[in-house]
Design a protein around this ligand. Structure first.
Ligand code: AMP
Ligand code: ZN
Length: 482
């Protein structure tokens, strides 16, 4: 079976066939860094991470691009409300860039704790203003803009496919729509490409442009940066479902108006929301849970990742501490089970057939059904059920089971290899584990630098000390030989 994804554009589950064989260009909308990410935002990034891992497992070389929004994002999607960055900087008595730096660092600290791998390209909006201006010029030259009240607007009436992604019918919308707060707009769906002397006299960051000194609208950054790093047409674009009707709809209009090519993105992947039992979580309203608040309540970040993987990304997921308790307990049993398997495997080391025997075929069957679940539109709950099925299968030998578990964890990112490694660490002198970790890290660095002689020398040194290394999808793990 080949990887299939639900494509919002067309509303179908489709086989994934990239524009260029063997490669996958992927753009995921990144955070607006005016505050900590809330646990709902983190749901989006765990999905992006799983998608990248699954694409890689399926053999694609992935280029993952993520933007960091540090300018232009208003609290209302339709060019209404406050500028989120400016408001946050004023409240904190800091500069916009200081606020952006602080929350960008906090964001990556969170994603790292969740085993979310860092995208190949992380690009900040404020560092791409020239690209945005160049793109707006192209859109203007193609005849899709008008100036009004000091701003430059995108004229949706000139773009007949406007709203295809969201199944919006512009004519119908126009008939029933209110004009909106911005009287400059010819149509309520028109949106700002470049602001000049419009609403925010206090905008801290402004740039010169052909339309006057000002700053970009929010949507243009994603078009400009995806064009720059992935080209005029690329494979996958992801974000939360809230982005379908405005942000992504506008991105398509901008990019395709400039390039004349359709579709700019082949597959649109959207995650449903995480909701609280007490309603919607909102960063701007301040009533939200962060990863750190879960840690402060005694959970580990990976308990939250486990909780998220237990829901399919296209279903709304209700967060509650009871549900998180369930995930924590399940993850605990999972790790105990893996530790026990590791003990059994280590005890078997040296036995004639090493306990691998017939169980290998059954383990391969579990692996195959696990892969099928993920290939079926990233069905992580089913994949986790297959993992548990494997662990409960007494016909699979410990060694074969562990090998399959580590392989599966390459997609799930639950740190399961570490759980197995813990089984071989009892009885080490204090400080010895840290010393071994340092040598393992040094060996990984040597391997990265293709210094295989050094890598082998470290492996031999550790073997002499009775430490065995295993290289797997999730990195190198070590254990004591028995
Ligand atoms: P923002 O930082 O507000 O630009 O949002 C970052 C990402 O989180 C976007 O892809 C949003 O669509 C997504 N998002 C926002 N709220 C939630 C939520 N409650 N559940 C899941 N995803 C969300
Ligand atoms: Zn975006």
């Amino acid at each position: 079976m080949a990887l299939c994804l639900y494509n919002t554009l067309g509303r179908n589950v489709e086989p994934f066939t990239p524009l260029e064989p063997g490669k996958a260009g992927f753009y995921g909308c990144g955070p607006t860094v005016y505050n900590y990410a809330h646990i709902g935002n983190l749901r989006a990034y765990v999905l992006h991470d799983v998608l990248v891992r699954v694409l890689q497992r399926s053999g694609f070389a992935v280029t993952h691009v993520m933007n960091i929004t540090d300018v232009g994002h208003l609290s209302g999607d339709n060019d209404e409300g406050d500028d989120k960055m400016v408001k946050s900087a004023e409240e904190r008595g800091k500069s916009v860039l200081d606020v952006a730096d602080f929350y960008t660092k906090a964001f990556f600290a969170d994603t790292e704790r969740l085993n979310i791998r860092r995208p190949a390209v992380v690009c900040r909006a404020t560092e791409h203003i020239a690209d945005m201006i160049a793109l707006v010029k192209r859109i203007e030259a193609a005849g899709f803009t008008y100036a009004a009240g000091g701003n430059l607007y995108f004229d949706v009436a000139r773009f007949p496919r406007y709203g295809d992604l969201a199944l919006l019918r512009p004519a119908a919308l126009r008939a029933g729509a209110r004009t909106g707060a911005d009287g400059n707009k010819r149509n309520p769906q028109d949106f700002v490409l470049w602001f000049t002397k419009s609403k925010f006299e206090n905008q801290a960051l402004v740039w010169d442009s052909p339309w006057g000194r000002g700053y970009p609208g929010w949507h243009i950054e994603c078009s400009a940066m995806s064009l720059k790093y992935l080209g005029e047409q690329f494979d996958i674009h992801a974000g939360g479902i809230d982005h379908i009707p405005v942000h992504h709809t506008n991105e398509i209009a901008q990019t395709e108006a400039a390039t004349g090519k359709h579709p700019c993105v082949k597959y649109w992947v959207h995650n449903e929301f995480l909701v609280l039992d007490r309603g919607k979580m909102s960063k701007s309203a301040g009533n939200f849970l962060t990863l750190q608040s879960l840690v402060d309540s005694g959970y580990e970040p990976l308990d939250y990742r486990y909780f998220l993987l237990g829901g399919h990304y296209r279903s709304q997921l209700q967060f509650s501490f009871e549900a998180l308790d369930g995930a924590r307990n399940a993850r605990r049993s999972l790790r105990e089970k893996i530790r026990a398997l590791a003990e059994a495997r280590n005890a078997n080391n040296g036995n004639a057939n090493n306990g691998n025997g017939t169980g290998r075929e059954k383990a391969a069957a579990w692996r195959a059904s696990f892969n099928r679940a993920l290939e079926d539109d990233l069905n992580t709950p089913r994949a986790m059920a297959e993992l548990w099925g494997l662990l409960r299968d007494s016909e699979v030998s410990p060694a074969a089971a562990l090998e399959a578990v580590f392989d599966m964890d390459g997609a799930l990112g639950l740190g399961l290899a570490e759980a197995a490694a813990e089984s071989g660490r009892e009885g080490l002198a204090r400080g010895e584990a840290a010393e071994i970790e340092a040598l393992v890290a040094e060996r990984s660095a040597a391997k990265m630098a293709k210094d295989f002689a050094k890598a082998d020398a470290i492996r031999n040194l550790l073997r002499e000390r009775g430490i065995m290394l295993e290289d797997g999808g999730a990195g190198t793990v070590w254990r004591r030989a028995r």
